[in-house]
Design a protein around this ligand. Structure first.
Ligand SMILES: Nc1ncnc2c1ncn2[C@@H]1O[C@H](COP(=O)(O)OP(=O)(O)OP(=O)(O)O)[C@@H](O)[C@H]1O
Ligand SMILES: [Mg+2]
Length: 269
């Protein structure tokens, strides 16, 4: 996908929009992330890959203020937003599309979209943005007056992304948009995520188990293992790494290599 769509600006030249420094978050005694540092630059799609329980959702919840970290800092557009109230973080242009596509099931598609725009006062622009998301996901226009709970899983994922777009975000956090979707629908959703990034300049931080899709869509990637970042590189280079091919892309190659410790524990689906 990167080859056919205009690549993002040279990484070193663009502004760091999100910066995590040594972030640790825990649930009671369970340390879910242990000293995570990562950066997202404006205009990029960055992915964090990791298997079940690696800490992906915890990273996103810590960024969006749902969980307060025990240590470390989260900066957005140069401002320290660590443990800030989630609604204040949304108002600054950072929205979170949670795991499991949480829509309001009893509200119509249209009203779900309006909920996404609740912090905005620019009514005309909100109406234009509803048309904009229908442009990306035409099926939602057909179902505009239907209860969101009656949509299929894939359609609910589309609605969850659309509702986040209605907040006119500068940075979107996407938690496993491929979860439970067919390969075809996953591909469609990822293509639209890339289009939104390229056409609207919305920066994306995408956490995924589906390394194949994520590495094709994103510019830069981090690999998370047991709450720690164990690898970071451009997605182009990550796609070529033997470790990644073997455990994340399912292309096992023969040959003994030294550092197998973190790979062996993996239970990849
Ligand atoms: N509410 C919670 N209470 C206690 N422990 C939790 C809670 N949520 C997550 N954990 C633990 O924190 C660790 C990280 O979980 P997290 O949900 O961030 O992983 P994940 O990478 O998103 O996994 P998945 O791919 O399954 O969604 C896991 O060991 C998990 O069991
Ligand atoms: Mg998760």
């Amino acid at each position: 996908m990167n080859a056919v769509l205009a690549p993002s600006a040279d990484r070193a030249d663009s502004e760091v929009i999100l910066k995590l420094s040594n972030v640790e978050s825990a649930y009671g005694p369970i340390k879910a992330i242990r000293g995570v540092s990562l950066q997202v630059r404006r205009g990029e799609i960055v992915t964090v890959l990791g298997s079940n329980g690696a800490g992906k959702t915890t990273i996103l919840k810590t960024i969006s203020g749902i969980i307060d970290p025990r240590k470390g800092t989260v900066e957005f557009k140069g401002e320290n937003i660590t443990a800030m109230d989630p609604s204040l973080i949304v108002a600054r242009g950072l929205v979170h599309v949670p795991e499991g596509r949480e829509v309001f099931p009893l509200l119509s598609v249209h009203d779900n979209l309006l909920m996404g725009a609740y912090t905005r006062r620019d009514r005309d622009a909100v109406a234009r943005d509803i048309e904009m998301v229908f442009g990306y996901f035409p099926i939602l226009k057909e179902r505009e007056r239907q209860e969101a709970g009656l949509l299929s899983g894939g359609q609910q994922q589309m609605l969850a992304i659309s509702r986040a777009l209605m907040a006119a975000p500068e940075l979107m956090l996407l938690d496993e948009p491929s979860l439970g979707l067919s390969p075809k629908l996953t591909k469609e959703i990822f293509e639209i995520v890339v289009r939104i990034n390229r056409e609207r300049g919305t920066t994306m931080l995408l956490v995924e188990q589906n390394a194949n899709m994520a590495l094709n869509a994103a510019d830069h990637g981090y690999v998370l293992e047991n709450g720690r970042i164990v690898m970071e590189d451009t997605c182009e280079r990550l796609r070529e790494k033997e470790d990644i091919k073997e455990f994340y892309l399912g292309m096992k190659e023969a040959g003994a290599r030294g550092e197998r410790r973190w790979k062996k524990k993996k239970t990849w689906r």
